[in-house]
Design a protein around this ligand. Structure first.
Ligand SMILES: NC(=O)c1ccc[n+]([C@@H]2O[C@H](COP(=O)([O-])OP(=O)(O)OC[C@H]3O[C@@H](n4cnc5c(N)ncnc54)[C@H](O)[C@@H]3O)[C@@H](O)[C@H]2O)c1
Length: 332
């Protein structure tokens, strides 16, 4: 007899939970409802949201009819195998802690894990104590191209990193959590060296990772003339360069090779090779990883990892406040 599907539920029927109201495009690829709908071993059976309109959208678009105004009501009525936490950042901790206390075996939480490191610590501790899976959707970690870049770094294909740069536009916490998490994914544990804010509200931070790898994060709010989305990471190293652009959809690798024109000199290859990536697979791969973790497999994106990301963001904010030339607080 075929295994019964795992019963999934979503807390928070917003953009990330269920999307804008279609069953196509970003709604299908970059929402939890879309990922569950495409996963053969999962059935999305229930959802909770205080907004009646959002619950109605979930019913209409994703055919979910067990809908509740609160997570407590959902958990009282349903036996759930995995709960997605897609509520606003500051509510992740209370929703996840409620689910873990109710015996839900796996929580698939949106990033950032929480809005403070203290909240994130409670989540990590509760999950450990109850033996629950706590996965955080830093979704690049579930994607093959990013996994390959990490493997290239680990194998030494790129040599020693000389300059690592992350650029992003958008909320410092909301997008920045991806930036610092990806740096940790590639280079291991990190610490903040310095940070400053500027009159245009941009932020620049220097971080140092395992083995002395230095990285610069430059970010600016997505507003005014800079109101377009951007997220890139560039790794220039002694044996080559990798650039992850277009939100991970384009990853290019240039190995170092002898120059055709200047005998004896080395330079980057003129033509980059493509590192295949498929960002559309990321959310459904995440669901897959959560199911595997329920059966004991190691997770690529744990609550502990996400807690470290929040700690780094808090350390950047503290360093920026303490920098004499800084204009002050970083806009979240
Ligand atoms: N993985 C990614 O790249 C990615 C992308 C976008 C957003 N996110 C994250 O997803 C989360 C949600 O963001 P969003 O853009 O969907 O926000 P949103 O405002 O569109 O949706 C949040 C929903 O949660 C509901 N809600 C609020 N409190 C609730 C509670 N206690 N219980 C149940 N429902 C509750 C709201 O009514 C709303 O419908 C955030 O943490 C955000 O950072 C992640």
């Amino acid at each position: 007899m075929a295994d019964r599907p795992v019963r999934a539920a979503i807390a928070g029927c917003g953009e990330n939970g269920i999307g804008r109201g279609t069953r196509a495009g970003a709604d299908l690829w970059f929402t939890h409802a879309g990922a569950y709908s495409r996963h053969p071993r999962v059935e999305l059976v229930a959802a909770a949201d205080p907004s009646a309109d959002r619950r109605e959208l979930c019913r209409r678009v994703w055919n979910v009819d067990r809908l509740y105004p609160t997570v407590d009501a959902l958990l009282a009525a349903e036996r759930i195998g995995v709960l997605s936490v897609c509520t606003p950042d500051e509510t992740h901790a209370s929703v996840a802690l409620t689910a873990i206390a109710a015996g839900v075996p796996a929580v698939f939480c949106e990033k950032p894990i929480a809005s403070t490191a203290a909240d994130a610590e409670h989540m990590v501790t509760a999950a450990r104590q109850r033996g629950a899976v706590l996965a955080v959707n830093h979704h690049r970690r579930w994607e093959a191209g990013h996994r390959e870049v990490r493997a290239m770094i680990a194998r030494g294909d790129l040599g020693r990193p000389l300059a690592v740069t992350v650029l992003f536009a958008g909320g410092f916490r909301r997008v920045g959590t991806h930036a610092v998490d990806l740096l940790r994914y590639f280079f291991g544990d990190g610490a903040v060296v310095s940070a400053a804010t500027f009159p245009d509200e941009s932020v620049q931070a220097r971080l140092r990772f395992n083995g002395g790898v230095g990285a610069t994060v430059t970010a600016w709010p997505k507003s005014g003339s800079g109101a377009y989305d951007l997220f890139e990471i560039d790794i220039v190293a002694t044996r080559g360069r990798v650039r992850v652009a277009d939100f991970g959809a384009q990853i290019h690798h240039w190995p170092v090779m002898p120059s055709d024109e200047y005998g004896g000199d080395l330079e980057l290859a003129r033509q980059a090779s493509v590192v295949p990536s498929d960002m559309r697979s990321a959310f459904v791969n995440g669901v897959d990883a959560v199911l595997a973790a329920r059966e004991g497999a190691p997770l690529a994106s744990t609550g502990e990892d996400a807690l470290e990301a929040v700690r780094l963001l808090e350390a950047i904010e503290e360093a920026a406040l303490a920098t004499p030339a800084a204009t002050g607080r970083i806009r979240a």
